[in-house]
Design a binder for this molecule. Structure first.
Ligand code: SAM
Length: 226
């Protein structure tokens, strides 16, 4: 079996498999040490693409305060630092195992906090505090509820940016549509202005397709808080 297929099976047969015992966070805790290798094999380009999108939108700005929601092993922060974005990044994640891997990046994140983000447990940060709140790969079924994008908006300053992603393959259409409906209402209510939408590849492969070299697709929304 190819390494790519093995990594796909680890991800879908274990981590995202609802029939495997334990919560999604228990599974991330156990899977954390394999995450970067498996997702690397699958060509997980999303954090690098999101970092590029964020960097373009803050070009020329300095001394920025960022929040990474669902920091995981820190791929988004590492990519932003590689691009030379002048920012201090705080990160939260529900999985201590994932945060422990991110902490080993050394210096990418100013703070890393274990926090399970749910409707009953909002972000542990004040209103209008960050210049940018961003999230890569976390707004999807079993992960963060779409409504929590509103809490990401809450912690951002007026004029600040909120960047979120979701999966865009047909299997994820219900969640993506729910997210799109929510964002549409926030735009119509003048809470945010949509300044960019992008369709980055999620993985370079998709074993649910006849041709597994078909990329898994993602979606990224960039909003400015009004
Ligand atoms: C697919 S990983 C993405 C990690 C990282 N942003 C990346 O792009 O590599 C999803 C992350 O979301 C975290 N997570 C899932 N649900 C969460 C929740 N409700 N609150 C906080 N973190 C959550 C998981 O622990 C995991 O680290």
């Amino acid at each position: 079996m190819s390494q790519v297929k093995e990594s796909w099976d680890n991800l879908y047969g274990y981590l995202l498999n609802k029939d495997q015992p334990g919560t999604i966070i228990d599974k991330y805790d156990r899977y954390a040490v394999h995450y970067d290798k498996d997702l690397g094999n699958l060509g997980y380009g999303l954090p690098a693409e999101v970092a590029g999108i964020v960097a373009n939108n803050v070009k020329g700005m300095s001394d920025l305060k960022f929040l990474d929601v669902g920091v995981g092993t820190g791929l988004l922060g590492a990519n932003l630092k590689k691009l030379g974005v002048d920012c201090v990044i705080d990160g939260i994640d529900g999985s201590q195992g994932m945060l422990d891997v991110a902490a080993k990046l050394g210096g990418v994140y100013a703070t890393l906090k274990r926090h399970m983000l749910t409707i009953d447990n909002p972000l542990p940060f004040p209103d209008v505090y960050y210049d940018v709140s961003m999230s890569s790969g976390c707004f999807s079924p079993q992960h963060i509820e779409s409504k929590m994008v509103e809490d990401m908006i809450r912690v951002v300053k007026k004029g600040g940016l909120v960047i979120v992603t979701s999966r865009d393959d047909v299997e994820f259409a219900a969640y993506r549509d729910e997210m799109e409906g929510r964002l549409k209402k926030l735009v119509e209510g003048n809470v945010v202005k949509m300044i960019e939408t992008a369709k980055p590849d999620f993985f370079a492969f998709n074993y649910n397709r006849d041709d597994p070299s078909t990329p898994s697709s993602g979606k990224c929304w960039v909003m400015k808080k009004l």
